[in-house]
Design a protein around this ligand. Structure first.
Ligand SMILES: Cc1cc2nc3c(=O)[nH]c(=O)nc-3n(C[C@H](O)[C@H](O)[C@H](O)COP(=O)(O)OP(=O)(O)OC[C@H]3O[C@@H](n4cnc5c(N)ncnc54)[C@H](O)[C@@H]3O)c2cc1C
Length: 410
């Protein structure tokens, strides 16, 4: 069969490799000047290509539509992508949280390994070539449109990615093609995305990173949806960093009206914290609150915390009342931030929403509406937490789509 793969990202390249291994004549169409432009920037340039957790670990980290991925993951799991990359000559290492990276810490090694495998399977790679439409005949795929030209194909794998970081090429073409062919596109928003806050003091703390804090997120109905210990940071618009991105995945689409609570001293109980305050305040009774509590928190944050607790930082520490101490303990154990919204999808790590998985066969990735049309990667309405899981979704769905192309034209 003549197979067109639209999009040369993670999912498209895997799909092309598998389709070519099964004897098909495969062409990748990629609008960029090179393959895998987004892959290059993943993992801060190190490419966290997968996660070495077991099957349960993988599915625990898929946020939307995990069941849809059962067959795809069984077909091509984290061990499979690690083996593929290693057999192309790249050594890998496993870091904290089972995150897998190239030993060199260079995403370019993963890109080279993939491209080498793609080319060794005889795939025709057409760079700087933007597909503008998919043609059908009698309910099945018949070709692709490139500018004014129509090229005939027996099967098409749509792997155009989502809407995040559009400068990497994921500009949403695939959603438009799929919608035109009768597919439902679930609302597109960002997941793993920074959050904007009502509190203007976030801007004053911009650049400050908090390590070893516990972040708890409550949705707009007041229900706790997330709580974890880790790292976050303040920005000019609100908050970002690993904890915030993960929380956003559970608030996605409904972030405005949510509440974040930061436990700045998760290692201390309220009683222990109160005892520490008593000690510090008594030992520095003649100093101001700001001076007496120096060392408790980064200086800029201490001012914000004292304000939030209703304490004048310039007042004398020795005059602290029991009520003030109680307010301070409560603020340190639960500094409140009111979410006004998420940053735009263009700034998200992944896209939430996309081609409805109800209209795609989970055993093959084939469209239930159009014959010989397949989907792979972020274009599908499934996404995961950080840790290598989103790329694993791309590898698994790409491999399954590529392996599912029938040997005979339908
Ligand atoms: C900053 C950042 C860091 C990330 N880090 C990680 C990480 O470390 N680990 C992880 O698991 N995930 C990470 N992700 C998520 C991960 O990169 C994506 O989930 C994954 O790349 C999706 O793969 P894909 O092949 O579906 O889409 P993409 O990689 O976006 O590829 C789609 C390709 O299709 C091409 N295309 C689109 N339309 C057309 C058209 N009409 N014609 C021709 N070509 C077209 C695009 O140019 C693009 O190259 C990160 C994302 C971002 C933004």
């Amino acid at each position: 069969m003549r197979v067109a793969v639209i999009g040369g990202g993670a999912a498209g390249q895997l799909a092309a490799i598998k389709a070519a291994e099964n004897g098909h004549t495969v062409t990748i169409f990629e609008q960029n000047e090179k393959l895998g432009k987004k892959l290059f920037i993943t993992g801060k340039g190190r490419c966290n290509l997968t996660n070495a957790a077991d099957r349960e670990g993988f599915f625990r980290h898929v946020v939307k539509n995990p069941r849809f991925l059962y067959s795809a993951y069984a077909h091509f799991d984290s061990a499979a992508i690690m083996q593929l990359v290693e057999s192309a000559g790249v050594s890998l290492k496993v870091e904290r949280g089972q995150r897998v990276f190239p030993a060199s810490d260079h995403s370019s090694d993963i890109l080279k390994a993939l491209e080498k495998t793609v080319r060794s399977r005889g795939v025709d790679v057409r760079l700087r070539t933007r597909v503008s439409g998919i043609l059908t005949n009698g309910g099945s795929v018949s070709g692709v449109q490139i500018g004014q030209t129509v090229e005939p194909f027996d099967a098409v794998i749509l792997a155009t990615g989502g809407l995040s970081y559009p400068s990497t090429g994921s500009t949403g073409d695939g959603f438009r093609f799929a919608e035109k062919l009768g597919h439902t596109i679930e609302p597109l928003t960002g997941s793993l995305v920074p959050l904007e806050m009502e509190e203007t003091w976030c801007a004053e703390l911009s650049g400050l990173t908090l390590k070893n804090v516990t972040l708890t997120a409550y949705n707009r109905k007041g229900k706790e949806v997330y709580s974890d210990l880790g790292e976050m940071l303040f920005t000019h618009f609100g908050v970002s960093g690993p904890l915030v991105l993960s929380a956003s995945a559970l608030l996605a689409g409904e972030a405005d009206g949510a509440l974040l609570s930061i436990d700045l001293k998760p290692g201390l109980s309220e009683e222990q914290l109160d005892a520490r305050l008593l000690r510090d305040l008594a030992a520095n009774a003649k100093k101001s609150f700001g001076g007496a509590l120096y060392g408790l928190l980064p200086q800029r944050l201490l001012g914000v915390v004292l304000d939030a607790a209703g304490i004048d930082g310039a007042a004398q520490a020795g005059n602290c009342t029991k009520a003030q101490r109680k307010a301070l303990v409560e603020t340190l154990k639960g500094l409140k931030l009111h979410v006004t919204g998420a940053r735009p999808v263009a700034e998200a790590i992944v896209t939430r929403g996309g081609v409805s998985v109800r209209e795609v066969n989970p055993s093959t990735m084939e469209s239930k509406k159009i014959g010989n049309l397949f989907f792979a990667g972020e274009i599908l309405d499934t996404d995961a937490f950080t840790g290598g899981f989103n790329l694993q979704i791309a590898w698994s769905t790409g491999a399954l789509a590529g392996s599912s192309i029938p040997t005979e034209v339908k």
